[in-house]
Unconditional design. Structure first.
Length: 139
């Protein structure tokens, strides 16, 4: 409602408005580092599926420090036994949307960074999940 009431649409996209608003709220968060988990592959990430099919589907989790919703996702979803059992059949990668240095080889074979990948994505909230099949098709 603030976006419309304050006529922010005249100078800012809705996506950028939401991200800026979240940043202000997350500055107060106690979630000061990304939570480590044995589910996650380590970076740098080679996620290319353009030349040959992968052996398992891919789940990419986008999050950042200071994100209370990300912390809740770890606590309330990723901690569930049936979720973990399901994700054992996936390649699971967690990326920091503020990381503009770590190279990532995307499912389509192109290089980018986590920050650039998230900026080009349709997502406006965190955490965000991107799912790909073994052929690299976005689901």
């Amino acid at each position: 409602m603030d976006y419309v009431a304050d006529k922010r649409y005249e100078s800012q996209s809705l996506r950028d408005f939401i991200i800026a608003k979240q940043a202000g709220q997350q500055a107060k968060s106690s979630y000061t580092s990304l939570k480590e988990d044995t589910l996650f592959d380590t970076t740098p990430c080679a996620l290319d599926r353009s030349h040959f099919d992968a052996s398992e589907p891919l789940m990419v989790l986008f999050e950042k420090k200071g994100c209370d919703e990300c912390e809740a996702f770890h606590r309330d979803v990723l901690a569930l036994k049936h979720v973990r059992e399901t994700l054992e059949h996936f390649q699971v990668v967690r990326l920091d949307v503020e990381d503009d240095k770590t190279p990532v080889l995307l499912p389509d074979g192109k290089f980018t960074t986590p920050a650039k990948w998230y900026q080009k994505s349709p997502f406006s909230r965190l955490p965000a999940l991107a799912l790909y099949n073994e052929k690299g098709n976005y689901l």
